[in-house]
Design a protein around this ligand. Sequence first.
Ligand SMILES: CC(C)(COP(=O)(O)OP(=O)(O)OC[C@H]1O[C@@H](n2cnc3c(N)ncnc32)[C@H](O)[C@@H]1OP(=O)(O)O)[C@@H](O)C(=O)NCCC(=O)NCCS
Length: 177
Amino acid sequence: MTIRRARLADASAIAALIAGYSRQGLLLPRSPDQIQATIREFLVAHEGGRVVGSVALEFYGPRRNGLAEIRSLAVAEDSRSSGLGGRLLEAAVKRARRQGIARVFAVTRSAEFFERHAFVRARGGIPPEKVARDCALCPKAGGCTLQALSRNLAPAHAPQLLPVLAPARLRREPAPA
Ligand SMILES: CC(C)(COP(=O)(O)OP(=O)(O)OC[C@H]1O[C@@H](n2cnc3c(N)ncnc32)[C@H](O)[C@@H]1OP(=O)(O)O)[C@@H](O)C(=O)NCCC(=O)NCCS
């Protein structure tokens, strides 16, 4: 089983995977056309010539220190509970971190799953950026029962080594005359 970037040819399989769960009210439906148009956001899990999982990372604003949403996280029924959902989620988080994203969030009915992966319930609810982009047009917005969770990401290059090194260097320098 491999996790890789999605290709245009994967769009129908991703749409079919998502459709099964959107009928259960667990995921928003995404048409093959919508998926093709945003294919660069998707990662897929691939096994035996078949797409068995998907996840998308949707960016908000500038990448550096920006915000990104985990979307369309789905694992085929017969591949569930073997760690694949967690691996897809962590792969998307890794991708976000590499892009300099400071915080990822998810709006979901599967809050406990995300909590197992260091997400915490967002105190302010659904981020305003998401509300403006998607919720404003949603007919269910008034009675939304989805939960927003987020995870802060440490910067890829932690700068904390500098203050440790600086005093040592200073000590070796001769005192000013
Ligand atoms: C959520 C989902 C991606 C998890 O995939 P997975 O491959 O089964 O996940 P993992 O194997 O990494 O982890 C499994 C554990 O996560 C927990 N878990 C799985 N789905 C969960 C859910 N919907 N809610 C809460 N916890 C869940 C369970 O404790 C499970 O452990 P168990 O198998 O011992 O019961 C998968 O269940 C799925 O596709 N669900 C439908 C779509 C969905 O709800 N997506 C998330 C919203 S973006």
